[in-house]
Structures are given as C-alpha cells and as structure tokens.
Design a protein around this ligand. Structure first.
Ligand code: TYD
Ligand code: MG
Length: 454
C-alpha cells in the first residue's frame, strides 16, 4: 500500500509544516497545528477526464501601450448596493468571497441576488436542502426564472452538474462545506478549503464565469480557514452589522476591480434584505424634543456621507474607578478626548462615568466624529440640549485644537440636504460650497464650540 502523504497545517493562519509543533511560528497561536492527509494527483483542468490543453499558450512581455484592452464588461446584479460595492457590477471570471458572522444574512443576500439576476445562476448549498432554500426563496422573491438550486458538497459533482446546466454565475454557500476528491482530509480543513477554492478559481478563469463564495468568520472576525483564501480571490466582501438591529453594511475589504471605499447598506426585513438608499434619515432619531447628551455627526463611511447620532451619558461615578464604556466607538479614543477636555478645557470629568453610544448598531472609525463625541459628552455633563438642527464634523487633536477633515463639502451638502441649519467644522478647512442655506460655523478651539452652543 502506498504511504499516505500528510502534512501539518495551522488551523488559524494556514501555515504548512513538515512536522508537528506546539506553537505556530507564523501566527504565534498555540495548539492550532493539525495533521491533514494530502494526496497529490495529476490534474490540470477543472473538468474531469480532460487533461488540459496539451500545448499551453505562454505569455511574453509587452510594452504597456501594445496591450490591447478588452472593453470592461460588467454583469449587473440587479442590486444597486451590491453593484456599487463591487465597483459597478460583477466582472466575468472574477471570484468574490463574501464573509460575515453566522446569522448575519449572507445566504439571504446571495439567494436574493441569485433570484434577481437576469442570468442563469446556479446556487449550490452545502448547508441547506433544496426545499429549505425554496422556502426562503418564496419569502424573498418567488418569481425567478433563471435560478437553479443544487445541494452538493463535492466539487467534482458540482462541476459535473455545471457541465450540463452551464450557468452564467455560480454561487457557493459556503466554501467551508465543500470537499474535493483530490484531498483526503475532512471538509472545512485548511487543505480542503485551499484545494476547493483553487479548483473554483480555475473554473472561473477558464470559463469566464464569475463565482461568488460564502465564507464563515471566526470569533476573531477573520474569514475562517486560511488567510490565504483572501489572497487567492479577486474580491473580498464583508457583511456586517449588529444582529440585534436591522441594518447591515456590505463593504469591500479587497477589490481588484474597483475601490474599497464604497459601501452598501441594507435593512433586514421579514421578506429579505431591502436596499437603504437614504441611510442618514433612518440613523437619526425622529424625536421632536432636543435631548441633552445627543449630538449629530456628519461622517463618511468609505466615500458615502452618513449622518450619525451620538449619545453620551455622563454621571458621577458610584465606584472608585470611573467607568468608560462605548458601543460603536473606540473606547481608547473616548479616553483621549476626555483627557483633552480635562486638560485643555478645564472640565472635571475624571471622577465621572462616561457612556457613549453610536445609534443604529453601526461602528464608526471616521475621525471626524470626534467633535460630535465631545459635544455629546459636554451636553450630557451640563445637561443642556444641543439644538436639533446642529451637526458636527471635525477631528480633535491632543492640544485641544479642532482639526480639518477630508471631503468637508460632501458632508456640508448632506447636512444641508437633511435640513440641518448649522454645521460646526474646523476653521482650517477650506470650504468650496457656495450659497448654501446652512450656516457653517468655523471653530478652532473647544471653547469656541462651547460659547456658540451653551
Ligand atoms: P442567513 O442568511 O441564514 O444568515 P447566514 O447565511 O449569514 O448565516 O440569515 C439569518 C437571519 O436572517 C435569520 O436569523 C433570519 C433572518 N431573516 C430575516 O429576518 N428575513 C428574511 O427574509 C430571511 C430570509 C432571514
Ligand atoms: Mg448561511
């Protein structure tokens, strides 16, 4: 009997070793190295039986102006947000990986897209049966004519079905459930994921069929399996949001065919995901009275302007050490801003509990939110409400100075569109917007904001 060939793989980062060891030298995790059976077999095409095309075309270097560019063609997915994140649509032959936590709505999103697509689509699920998918599809969009559903986990069988169905787009839910005959180890192991992805990439490139893969996410928020997966595919999308809220954000972490600055916003409803075309209106609470501790920030998510409400609660600490807790905002950044307020503006917040909340369950890392955070904290501390028609967009430096931010005009226009009458920005920002109905309050120190507001 031939000797079974095995190798050792780190289940965290995918590094390969010749023998077992306790700690992975590449990602420094302990006890993640597992022996997996690998078996090499000659194969050069995703199709079974065919052994490649005999003589292969070899490439030779060309001057950049000699290269003829084929007109970029994109397949519209029928979903504006999805198209926007991909940079205009699905590129033929590209491989897209969609990651996200369990239950966030990855299967729903892709099934919905499969049902909307005007192309022949094959949706392969290794997780749900055909009748389960049918039940879900009936809730979302029962009228699709082009969507085929297959429950299968073996790549060779999938390719066999592809030969007879000949789809224009292939969707795989999820890459962790697939297994290939060429590898002995169990589904979901590093070598299986790598092999199955490689086979699918080969299929995509040889037939110019786009492939969309769903990938699970680990506790740490990485796509489960090897980081290598992210290097192999053309586009990595992340579907995120707080499961307790209805909003979901789709963003590109990597995109070979477009920018990673765009993002798509969805709302999870009883009958699938709905595109949110005007997110700002939803993220701001519609209460009539101005409440203390609330401030609105004109932020940018990627390149999309978004008005976000910040809520702060400042109260006297009950225990010796004051608590600082945040949702949707970096707690270290909050501590820094509180230190700046204490040192530069003379507010005694050292013995106060401070809680901060970004509403809507989204998390923000745009530095332009700083000024709204400070305004919300001061408003709660003084118990004076900030007028509901004022908003903020500026970063705060360690010296207490109010710093300029990028794309200020876009933020001003969004604020104006939503009916705000004042926007506070840094005095150093150059504003190109003219004849706007909104008052642009240029401030350079926290004191300027305080004297204008309170
Ligand atoms: P699912 O797509 O199965 O998540 P994932 O594939 O990322 O694990 O969706 C999970 C949740 O979405 C589920 O808890 C129920 C909810 N949901 C809705 O609220 N409305 C719907 O129309 C559908 C299909 C699902
Ligand atoms: Mg799923």
């Amino acid at each position: 009997m031939a000797k079974v060939k095995t190798s050792y793989f780190c289940q965290n980062c995918g590094a390969q070793y010749a023998k077992w060891q306790g700690q992975c030298t590449s990602c420094r995790e302990w006890n993640t190295i597992v022996e997996e059976v690998i078996q090499k077999e000659e194969k050069s095409s995703w199709k079974q039986g065919t052994s490649g095309s005999g003589q292969k075309k070899t490439s030779r270097p060309l001057k950049i102006h000699e290269i003829t560019r084929t007109e970029e063609h994109r397949m519209s997915s029928g979903d504006h947000e999805f198209n926007r994140v991909l940079g205009g649509g699905i590129v033929p032959g590209s491989v897209i990986l969609l990651g996200g936590e369990p239950g966030i709505g990855k299967s729903t999103l892709l099934l919905q897209i499969a049902l909307q697509l005007p192309y022949k689509t094959l949706y392969v699920s290794g997780e749900e049966s055909q009748s389960q998918i049918k039940m879900r599809a009936e809730r979302i969009n029962p009228g699709s004519e082009h969507c085929y559903v297959l429950t299968e986990t073996k790549t060779q069988n999938i390719f066999k079905q592809i030969e007879s169905t000949d789809p224009d787009i292939l969707i795989i839910d999820s890459i962790q459930t697939l297994h290939s005959d060429y590898i002995e180890s169990s589904a979901g192991s590093i070598s299986q994921i790598r092999e199955c992805t490689a086979e699918l990439i080969k299929f995509a490139k040889e037939t110019d069929t786009p492939v969309i893969l769903i990938g699970h996410i680990t506790k740490e928020g990485n796509i489960a399996g090897p980081k290598i997966l992210e290097h192999m595919v053309d586009t990595v999308l992340q579907f995120e949001g707080d499961r307790n809220y209805v909003y979901r954000i789709l963003r590109a972490l990597k995109n070979r065919f477009g920018s990673t600055a765009e993002l798509g916003i969805y709302e999870m409803l009883g009958d699938g995901l709905r595109e949110v075309t005007n997110p700002s209106e939803i993220l701001i609470s519609q209460s009539k009275d101005a409440l203390s501790g609330t401030a609105i920030s004109a932020t940018l998510e990627g390149i999309r302007p978004l008005m976000i409400e910040i809520q702060a609660l400042v109260s006297t600490a009950v225990y010796g050490t004051p608590q600082r807790s945040t949702t949707g905002y970096n707690v270290k950044r909050l501590n820094m801003l509180l230190a700046v307020l204490e040192k530069r503006a003379g507010f005694r917040l050292g013995a106060k509990d401070v809680f901060l909340n970004v509403t809507g369950g989204i998390s923000v890392d745009d530095p332009a939110i700083d000024l709204a955070v400070v305004a919300a904290v001061l408003s709660s501390n003084e118990d004076i409400a900030i007028p509901k028609d004022a908003c903020f967009a500026a970063e705060i430096g360690l010296a207490g100075e109010i710093r300029p931010i990028q794309r200020v005009d876009q933020r001003i226009l969004e604020a104006e569109k939503l009916g705000f009458s004042t926007i506070f920005i840094s005095g150093q920002n150059k504003v190109a917007v003219k004849n706007s109905n909104i008052r642009i309050a240029l401030v350079s120190k926290i004191e300027d904001v305080i004297s204008d507001l309170f």
